[in-house]
Each structure stands twice: as structure tokens, then as C-alpha cells.
Design a protein around this ligand. Sequence first.
Ligand code: UDX
Length: 436
Amino acid sequence: MDIAVIGTGYVGLVTGVCLSELGHQVTCIDIDERKVEMLENGKSPIYEDGLEELLVQNLQKGRVDFTTDYRKGLRNKQLVYLAVGTPQGDDGSADLTYIEAACRNIAENLENDTVIVTKSTVPVGTNEHIKETIEANLVHDVTINVASNPEFLRQGSAVHDTFHGDRIVIGSDDNEALVMLERVNEGFGLPIVKTDLRSAEMIKYASNAFLATKISFINEMANLSERIGANIDHVARGMGMDNRIGGSFLNAGIGYGGSCFPKDTRAIISIGKEADYDMPILENVVDANERQRVIIVEKLLTRFSSLNGKRVAVLGLAFKPNTDDMREAPSIEVTGKLIEAGAEVTAYDPVAADNAKTILPDQVRYAGSVEEALQHADIAIILTEWKEIKEFPLAGYRDRMNEAILFDGRNCFTLDEVRGSGVEYHSIGRPVVNGK
Ligand code: UDX
């Protein structure tokens, strides 16, 4: 099929490249000339496992191309995917500025009948608005239909998730559009859920809100476990073996970050407000997450009378491993609070350091390795469970730090591993090991 994808951000680019891998002919449209030029040369502007290889292969096969020109990009396309950003607006709702702009560009340049497929996460009812906006501004006499095809990709494994996800959701109030989308997606070989437009939009929010709830829930259980002498690892394992609960997304830590959960939970609360319906569960999920992000600093302040002049090594800055994304990363607040408390912070992240430099307080210094960050540090804190951080031997903390005191915000080590190591170890939802 001939497909256009508007927006070469994380969602659009992964979608476009993966659809071309299935054998579809894909043109990706973006207004950013620099990005388009990079992509034409086989360079991915984002760090995503396996993406650049697929991009290069499909460029060579002539199945994917890039343009800033809407007219050229939309020509003879049967499907047009909308994958522009929907950032969080000032009031917590999704900001639809980019969607509106893309709709106008589509309307002005579309010369044939097509189905508009929304990939971006948009409030329930937006697809109907998209249809109205495009129809009201169409220059040529063409017919459009709309469909919703939300993405469930995790950053860092987006390409893998596209081919191995649990399901594909497609929603439309037009049967022909549904049939077409089903055909396009058949190649992925995944179960397909077909539904109406509004339910598809709702599935995306409900899924992310549920996963965020699971994280805030396990964090609450962890905080309680800590106080009553239980171990959250064992609690989560015991809970997760019940199929109705499920074992994934039960890792206690310093809360969820990233471009989706924080934004989507706030957006669904705001959708609730518009529908005149309070959402007390989700409001508390959001509050609990905000509290969880700084829990590690509170632990530090309980352990030490003052952090003034303390040398703190922060290991991991990205909101999760295998990404350079710093959006809503707990490290932003944690480093801010440490600096505020007078600590001298040296941070290390294998990939996100460049992005971090533009966001974290200027006083933060950056190390080129775990070893360098730990050298002469008084306290170490793990904020992101990168493989190299998880696998860094505990003896290395003892050898390099002034005093080996580790606050692990991601429970990277088992308590058994820590016991004989001589490292004073504080984690989330588990007893302190080798504490004073
Ligand atoms: C998420 C959803 O998983 C995906 O389906 C959706 O399309 C976009 O949002 P992503 O933000 O890439 O994907 O990351 P994910 O791996 O889900 O983690 C989100 C956050 O939750 C991270 O900050 C992570 O550290 C945290 N998390 C996750 C936990 O604290 N505990 C867990 O058990 C799982």
C-alpha cells in the first residue's frame, strides 16, 4: 500500500520505517529540513535500538523516503498516518497545536481520497474533530475517512515492540477504513482489536493509566514494606504469580517518567474534568508518583544530618535505560534537590548526558564512566538501571568511594549480593543492608 506518515518524531519514524519493512511504500513528511536531510542520509535523529539499520535497508530498497513537501508526500497515498507530537498543555490537557497544523496542511495539499490514521495520543473525540477540520479546509474535491491506531511502543524497544507487541488496536466508524487498516497491519502477525473510533482512543489512555497505576501501587506497597520490615521483591513476586495480577510492571523504584505516562495520566484526568467526572484513583496515582521521585533524597536526608559539601555520584539520568530521553526523568528533581541541599553532584549516564546538560542544574558535573563518577564520592545514587550500572561490581564502590554508601533507586542488586560486599546499601521497599 502507499502510505504517508506525518511527523518523524519517535512514533512517526518507527511507524514509517516498520511499515516499509513490511513491504509498504512509505513517505515520511516533516517540516524540519535538517531532520529530513539526516534521514535521507540514513541517520536516525533518535537513539532507538535497531531503527537505523532498518532505515538504511529500506532506503536502499527504495521503500521509504522523506520530504518536507506535503503535496509531494501526500500524492496517491491510500493512508496518511498522523504522528505529530501532542505535548502537555498548561492545564494538563493535550496540546493539539501540531495536530491542527498538520490537518490544515493535509487539507490544502490532498489531491486523492484517503484514510487519515491517527497514531498520536489524542483526547477522546479528537479524531472526529480532525475529520471536520480537514473537510472544512479541503482545496480539492476528495473524500476522507478517519481511523485511530494508537501505539503502545516502549522507548528503547520500539522496533521490537512493533513486530512483537501484544495487540494492534484499530478503530473507525467507517467499515472500509477498518478493513484497509486491517490489511496494512496483517503483516505484523499480531492479534488485532477492531473497534469504534472513541473506544480506540480510550484504549490508549486506559492502558497507560492502568500501567501507571500499577507502578504507583507497587511503590506504595514498597514504602510500606520498608516500614514494617517486609521485602518488596518477595511481595511483588508473590503477587505477580497470580495471573489476574501479572508479574510485569511491579518493579518498585523512584516512580515513572518519560514522554507518556506522566502526560497521559494528567490528560485523562483532564478529559474526566471536561466530562464532569472526577477520577480520584488517577489523581492519587499522579500525586504518589510525584512523591516517589524524591523519596531517595528524603532517604539521604534521614541518613545524613546535612548534605552540604557531600560529594554525590549520580548513576543514570535518563528516565529509563536504553534511551537518551530526559523527559520527566526523576533525575531532574533529584539533582535539583541535591544541589539545593548543598551537595556536589557528579553524574554519569552512558547515553543521556548530552540531553541532561541542557536540563539539569548548571552545577552538575559530568563523568565519562561509572568509575570516574564514583572516584572519591561520599554517596552514590542509582537513578537508572542501565545494564552497565547494574553490572558494575559492588567492590568497585568500595574501592573508589570515600565511604561506600549506595542509595539504589532501582533495586539493581539483590540483598544477598550486597550482604558480604561491605557496601552500605539503601534501596526501595527493602531493609537497609550493612547500615550504621
Ligand atoms: C510507556 C508504555 O509502556 C507504552 O506502552 C506507551 O506506548 C508509552 O509509554 P515508555 O514510556 O517508553 O512506554 O516506558 P516504559 O518502559 O513503559 O516505562 C515507563 C516508566 O515507568 C519508566 O520511568 C520506568 O522506569 C517506570 N517503570 C516501569 C517502573 O518504575 N516500574 C516498572 O515496573 C515498570
